[in-house]
Design a protein. Structure first.
Length: 340
């Protein structure tokens, strides 16, 4: 018999990725570590794709300049640029036509994503009218607060002699007196005339600090202290649109000085924050000096009054001693006469 050589078929050796994967599966720790890393990579990749879809990455638009454009036309242009117009404020500027865009945010020329909202301020067709509240018979502070809540202010404070200082005696719009039954309407932002009482011996106030405040806040502080608003001066570059951002950097009467009730205070406003900070620091320094002078004057007056009081007591004592002496002399005379 022929010896037959049995041939054993050997399995082909595993190579490359299959061999690496089989060895990896043989190590549970390494296998699960790789699975975790692959899962995280997949999540990050999917999140990136979804974020690009949601934020419309790469779909930028240039914001058109809507300034001076009527709101209807601005909305049409915005839609064609895949933007959205939102009216967030309105002003009444007589120099512009009603419904015209006065301001916008973001500004024209800025790159934004499609669908971005553009907030605009438009010009009203007329100023809003509000009813004048009746404030007579209240304190000046209460009257001022009521007027400000209604969107109004104080045109002028007129002081008249009365037993109560800073008590509102009368309220006028022009020459018309306002009563509880009055239904008078005026433009928002306008002011009324208040007649206010004052005792002649209590006719002074301390000037508050207006520097660093907006125009409206500065007016409110001055009115509350019984002072009128004089000339308001705006630096170059301030207009009706950015006026709300301007701040007072100078006032004609120094902060913490003493002034007569009803006098006027002129104001200067700027958009330069550095100018405001510099002048505010200088105003605080002057205010401290004025406070020290006032305290010294009050102390000197107090000492003077105490000295006068002491002198009066001495004079009274002398007068009492003199009258006692005279009475004693009279008694002695009467006794002498009696014995004689």
């Amino acid at each position: 018999m022929e010896n037959r050589v049995k041939r054993v078929r050997r399995k082909p050796k595993e190579k490359g990725l299959k061999l690496w994967w089989r060895r990896l599966k043989a190590s549970p720790v390494a296998y699960h570590g790789v699975l975790i890393c692959l899962s995280l990579a997949g999540i990050i990749l999917l999140s990136s794709i979804m974020m690009n879809i949601i934020t419309r990455h790469g779909t930028h638009r240039t914001v058109p300049n809507f300034m001076g454009v009527k709101i209807a036309e601005a909305q049409r242009i915005a839609e064609s640029s895949k933007l959205q117009i939102i009216i967030n404020d309105s002003l009444f500027v007589p120099a512009y036509e009603g419904g015209v865009v006065l301001d916008q945010l973001p500004k024209g020329g800025v790159e934004v994503k499609a669908g971005r909202k553009v907030y605009v301020t438009i010009n009203s067709f007329r100023e809003k009218m509000v009813q004048v509240p009746y404030v007579a018979g209240r304190s000046l502070r209460q009257a001022k607060n009521m007027l400000e809540v209604a969107g109004l202010g104080i045109e002028k404070l007129v002081y008249e002699e009365d037993i109560a200082t800073n008590y509102v005696l009368g309220e006028y719009v022009g020459t018309k007196q306002i009563t509880e039954e009055s239904k008078v309407e005026i433009e928002m932002g306008s002011g009324v005339i208040l007649k206010v009482g004052v005792q002649l011996e209590n006719n002074s106030t301390i000037v508050p600090k207006a520097i660093g405040q907006s125009l409206q806040a500065a007016k409110s502080r001055l009115w509350e202290q019984g002072l009128n608003i004089g000339k308001v001066n705006f630096d170059e570059g301030i207009d009706l649109l950015n006026q709300k951002n301007a701040r007072v950097y100078r006032q004609s009467l120094a902060h913490n000085s003493t002034a007569k009730l009803g006098v006027t205070v002129d104001l200067w406003l700027t958009l330069d924050e550095k100018v405001v900070e510099t002048n505010s620091a200088a105003s605080d320094k002057v205010a401290r000096e004025l406070e020290e002078e006032r305290l010294k004057a009050e102390e000197a007056l107090r000492d003077s009054l105490e000295q006068v009081q002491v002198e009066e007591q001495v004079q009274e004592l002398k007068a009492f001693q003199q009258s006692s002496s005279q009475a004693a002399n009279v008694v002695e005379t009467e006794e002498d006469e009696f014995f004689q």
